[in-house]
Write a protein that binds this ligand. Sequence first.
Ligand code: NFE
Length: 499
Amino acid sequence: MSTIKIDPLTRIEGHLRIDTRVEDGRVVEAWSRGEMFRGFEALLVGRDPLDAPVITQRICGVCPVSHAVASCKAVEAALGLVTPANGDYLRNLVLGANYLQSHILHFYQLSALDFVNVEDLLGYSGSDPVLRELKAWAGSEVASNRVLPVAPFLPKLPGDYPSNTQWNLGALAHYVEALEIRQEAHRMAALFGGKMPHTATLIPGGVTCGVDVEAVENFRMRLRRVKRFIENVYLPDVIAAAGLFPAYAGIGRGVPNYLSYGVFDESGSTWLPAGILIEGRFEPLDTARISETTATSYYDQSGSLHPTRGEIRPHPEKAGAYSWLKGPRYNGLACEVGPLARILVAVAAGSKPIGGAVDDLLKESGLTADALQSTLGRHACRALEALLVAQRMEEWLNLLQPGAPSVAVYASREQGKGEGLTEAPRGALGHWISIDGGRIERYQCIVPSTWNFSPRGEQGEPGPVEVALLDTPVNPAYNGLEMARVVRSFDPCIACAVH
Ligand code: NFE
């Protein structure tokens, strides 16, 4: 028996520590620990509700648009504001652009290096376009050198990487190309969001920028480039990874419960549907069943509470606690959220286009439907979702109506309560607001990475990542690389999770 501690787990956002107990070369117990307190919910109390989307976007620079959308929806519900159709589609476009940059960031900049043997490329020389591109990126100092500049990617953990120069070289070149593509996605979001990463135009009631025809065409042109990258590079790279690392289709299966709030508003419903899958059974979402426990979190709280009653009482010395994340539960169950959950819920809800796209993905990747619940399945669903979102964004562009309003007239109220649900790139995101005397009386967020990285709950039941790590094979020479691959497949953002 041995213990392996990864602290901090790097190439993620925020401060995450993973502790594991290993027996006979397999993980038998795991603890996911969020290592930071922030307190955004506390600092909102007493403020004007209009401040909420501005402040909550600052929870994170990776998914600020999702926080803006959830917060606007919560305030709209509390104040009785109705967003015009243009406002919904503009939000979808800004949020969609944020999904694309976030999914691409996750695969290339954060995860891919776990699957690439950079050392294999030391001393590599040749005249491929890849080499030229990497040299141009690395700067003039090495531009005249005929050897590939791999130094920024070293040192790295030893591991079971394939000796496949084409794969290693391609992934490295795509790492660089992905930086530019993400810039395009940021520019798209800024066209209607005013700026990025924190938008200026998303307010309760809609989007203040209106529909400018020139901006629409500018957006469309950039979207085409990003979509081409997803079709020709991102998705094929993920499918290639599935072929090179087949074991990871059987590693990293988490809890059997998947939750989605639904996202991208279209005429009163959402394009990706809301719902919950519990051990394969689909149920409509009932948010009254959501609660947060602090059984093993550094907080005092009077029981497991619905977010309309959530409390913020930090207790860093609390006996038995090991994380600054609370533990979200649905009917007492830990649930996985994110692209895999959204895709599984959409298929279970009967979406034919998404079901068809999943069938194609399974054919091309060689994965079975069951194997989607795995490390590789999370990557594959994220890449597939990026393509589906990019395709749908073209339709939202066509639905914009120049000259029609994009924002409702704002009117405050002395009292009100609101629930704002959306899906961030990493999964289900909810904001809950209560207003009294025209000011925020209580504000609670339940964030995707809080669901996925939840610590143990009331009955000692582990959170989704703690379950996904179980049975992971561990080679002591690899310094925890196998575990890091499982954890990163969830796309952790602990800055968001602790908010
Ligand atoms: Ni900080 Fe976020 C997303 C939200 S996190 S990245 O996506 O909400 O879990």
